[in-house]
Design a protein around this ligand. Structure first.
Ligand code: CTP
Length: 428
C-alpha cells in the first residue's frame, strides 16, 4: 500500500472532515483561489497556513462571511508581503503583533502569526508569543470560534476542531474553553451574549454559571474596550436582543444601573432602523436611545465609563437636554421660526432620538419639518448686501439678518427682492 492511500485510510479512521467543497460553494471564487495560492506560497516558505475563527464557524453554519482570518505558523508579515506581490495588493503591517492586513480589489484579509497568550492580570491585554496553531486556538473565546481549516496543499480543507466546536454548533451552544476565560478577559461576557443572540444559540450551562460569577470582572475592562464591544453589539442586525439578554443577566446594569434593555428600547430601535433604511442606523442614534432614560448626571457617568469620543458624548448630552423641549414642541400653534429656535444647535442624532421617543405626533411633525426643511433655510441677503444698502456695520446688521431669517422661516418673504423691500420697510 502506498503512503497516500495509507494517509487517506488513517484520516478516514480519525473521522477527518474536509470542507474544501463547502469553501468552494460558499466563498467567492477569487477568495477560494487566493486561499489555494496562499497555502502553496506558505508551504514554499516552510510555513503552515490555516483559515480560522468566525469564517470557519460561518462556513459550517452556511452563513455569509467573507472576512478571512488566516493564521500562519511562522511569520505572517513575510507571507503577506509575498501574497501582496502576487495579488498586486497592498499591505498594512503591525510588527508589534506580527500581523498584517492584505487588501486587493474589493477584498481584505487578515493574517496573523500563530501565538499563545498569557494574562498577567484580569482585564489587561495579554502577553503574546509565537506558537503553534494548537496554542493559538486554545487562547480563544468560545468553542465555536476555535475551529481552523488547513490551507496547505497536502491537507487543504481539513477541519481542526480541538474543543468540540462543531458539536456545539449542532447543539446551538456558546461555551467557553476553561473556567478562567471570563476572568482573563471579561469582554467575553459581552461577546458571548452577542453570539448567543446573533445565532439564536444558548449559553452552555457551565458557561452561564461562570458568566454570572464573573460579572464583577467587567469592572476590570477599560472604557475603550467596553465601548468597542458595545459598538460591535450596535452593529448587529438586532442589537436590542443582546441588550435585553444583558439586562436579564445583570450585565447591562454593570455598565450603568439605570440602563434598560426593555420593550420600549426594542420598539425604538426598530423605528430607528425603518427611518435609516436602507442603511443601518448610526451607532450614535442607537446609543442615544439606550441612554435616553438617564438623568444628566447618570449620563455623564456613562460617558466617562465608555470614554466616549466628543461627538458621541455631545449626541448623548444633547439628546437628554432636548427632552425639556418636547412639551413646547407639541404645541400645534408653533410658528416655523419658533420650531427652529427650539431645535437649532442640537446634533442630528439627538433630535432624531427625541422624535422617536416622543409620544406626540405634533412634536414629531415639527421635528420632521425642522430636519427636512427649516434647518437649511437662510436669508438671501448677506451682511455685505446690507452695507451696500447704506446700513452702518455693527449690531444693527446682525439684528436685521436675524429678522430676515425669521421672516424666511415663517414664509413672510420668499425672494431676494422681497427681502430688500422688507428691510426698507423696517428702516422706515
Ligand atoms: N477572540 C477572543 N477573545 C476576544 C476577542 C476575540 O478569543 N476577546 C478571538 C475569537 O476566537 C475570534 C477571533 O479572536 O474568532 C477574532 O475576533 P473578532 O474579529 O472579534 O471575531 P470574528 O470571528 O472575526 O467576527 P465575528 O465572530 O463577529 O463574525
Amino acid at each position: 500500500m502506498n503512503s497516500v492511500v495509507t494517509c487517506a485510510i488513517i484520516r478516514k479512521m480519525a473521522k477527518i472532515t474536509n470542507l474544501a467543497n463547502k469553501i468552494e460553494k460558499q466563498l467567492p471564487a477569487e477568495l477560494v483561489n487566493f486561499m489555494q495560492v496562499a497555502g502553496r506560497v506558505a508551504t514554499s516558505q516552510g510555513q503552515n497556513l490555516y483559515l480560522v475563527g468566525g469564517v470557519v464557524r460561518d462556513l459550517l453554519l452556511g452563513r455569509t462571511n467573507f472576512d478571512l482570518d488566516l493564521v500562519v505558523e511562522g511569520n505572517a508579515i513575510e507571507l503577506a508581503q509575498q501574497l501582496a506581490e502576487i495579488n498586486q495588493g497592498k499591505i498594512v503591517t503591525y510588527p508589534q503583533f506580527n500581523t498584517a492586513k492584505l487588501q486587493w480589489s474589493q477584498w481584505s484579509v487578515d493574517l496573523a502569526t500563530a501565538r499563545s497568550e498569557t494574562y498577567t492580570k484580569p482585564g489587561a491585554l495579554p502577553r503574546v508569543k509565537s506558537s503553534s496553531i494548537e496554542s493559538d486556538l486554545s487562547r480563544r473565546d468560545f468553542t465555536i470560534n476555535t475551529m481552523a481549516i488547513y490551507l496547505s496543499p497536502s491537507r487543504y480543507g481539513e477541519l481542526i476542531d480541538m474543543y468540540g466546536g462543531r458539536n456545539d454548533l449542532k447543539h446551538k451552544l456558546v461555551r467557553i474553553l476553561h473556567e478562567k476565560s471570563f476572568i482573563d478577559d471579561a469582554t467575553r461576557i459581552w461577546r458571548s451574549l452577542r453570539y448567543e443572540q446573533r445565532l439564536n444559540f444558548q449559553l452552555g450551562k457551565n458557561t452561564l454559571k461562570l458568566l454570572k460569577r464573573d460579572i464583577p470582572m467587567l469592572d476590570t475592562i477599560s472604557g475603550d474596550r467596553i465601548r468597542y464591544e458595545l459598538e460591535c453589539i450596535l452593529q448587529e442586525e438586532r442589537p436590542e436582543k443582546v441588550l435585553r439578554r444583558a439586562e436579564e443577566l445583570n450585565v447591562l446594569q454593570r455598565l450603568h444601573p439605570a440602563l434598560k434593555g426593555n420593550g420600549w428600547l426594542a420598539e425604538k430601535f426598530e423605528q430607528a432602523r425603518q427611518l435609516s433604511s436602507p442603511n443601518p442606523p448610526p451607532v450614535g442614534l442607537y446609543l442615544a436611545l439606550l441612554a435616553y432614560p438617564l438623568t444628566d448626571e447618570e449620563n455623564e457617568r456613562l460617558i466617562s465609563r465608555l470614554r466616549l469620543p466628543k461627538s458621541l458624548a455631545q449626541a448623548l448630552r444633547d439628546s437628554i437636554s432636548l427632552k425639556t423641549k418636547l412639551q413646547p414642541l407639541a404645541n400645534p400653534k408653533l410658528t416655523p421660526s419658533s420650531i427652529y429656535h427650539l431645535l437649532h444647535g442640537y446634533s442630528s442624532p439627538a433630535i432624531i432620538t427625541n422624535s422617536l421617543a416622543s409620544d406626540s405626533p405634533v412634536a414629531r411633525q415639527h421635528i420632521h419639518l425642522f430636519l427636512n426643511k427649516l434647518r437649511y433655510v437662510k436669508p438671501a441677503l448677506t451682511g455685505n448686501d446690507l452695507k451696500r444698502m447704506s446700513i452702518t456695520p455693527g449690531p444693527q446688521i446682525k439684528e436685521i439678518l436675524q429678522r430676515l431669517h425669521e421672516a424666511r422661516l415663517d414664509g413672510k418673504v420668499t425672494s431676494k427682492q422681497g427681502e430688500k423691500e422688507l428691510v426698507k420697510e423696517w428702516l422706515g
